[in-house]
Design a protein around this ligand. Structure first.
Ligand code: F3S
Ligand code: F3S
Length: 112
């Protein structure tokens, strides 16, 4: 899967959403998250992010290793949110999910 890391937090440019052929990039309060089971590893999102927040999981910089967990766990902890998130996917119909993974929620406001 691809992973969205720290640079997205409080930026949410959203250019990635338009590129994803399977609509698997979901929006939280402060960051977006890629659904690990829905992402087909096409890589289309990665080059369009203006702040270089998106990485293939094996290429994620070590300092952002927690963001793999954050992307995966976001879809576990947001299960039960209304409307339900998860496979079969489709981020557009879900809209903004009013929460973030704890790793991201705990960050101070990010000045970019
Ligand atoms: Fe975030 Fe970059 Fe997408 S800032 S919303 S990962 S284009
Ligand atoms: Fe979509 Fe990016 Fe995966 S465009 S399929 S989230 S690699």
């Amino acid at each position: 899967t691809y992973v969205i890391a720290l640079p997205c937090v409080d930026v949410k440019d959203r250019a990635c959403i338009d590129e994803c052929p399977v609509d698997c990039i979901y929006e939280g309060e402060r960051s977006l998250y890629i659904h690990p089971d829905e992402c087909v590893d096409c890589g289309a999102c990665e080059p369009v992010c203006p702040v270089e927040a998106i990485y293939y999981e094996d290429d994620l910089p070590e300092m952002w290793a927690d963001y793999y967990k954050a992307n995966v766990e976001f879809f576990e902890i947001s299960t039960g949110s209304v409307p339900a998130v998860g496979s079969p996917g489709g981020a557009a119909k879900v809209g903004v999910i009013a929460m973030d993974h704890p790793v991201i929620a705990a960050l101070p406001p990010q000045a970019h």
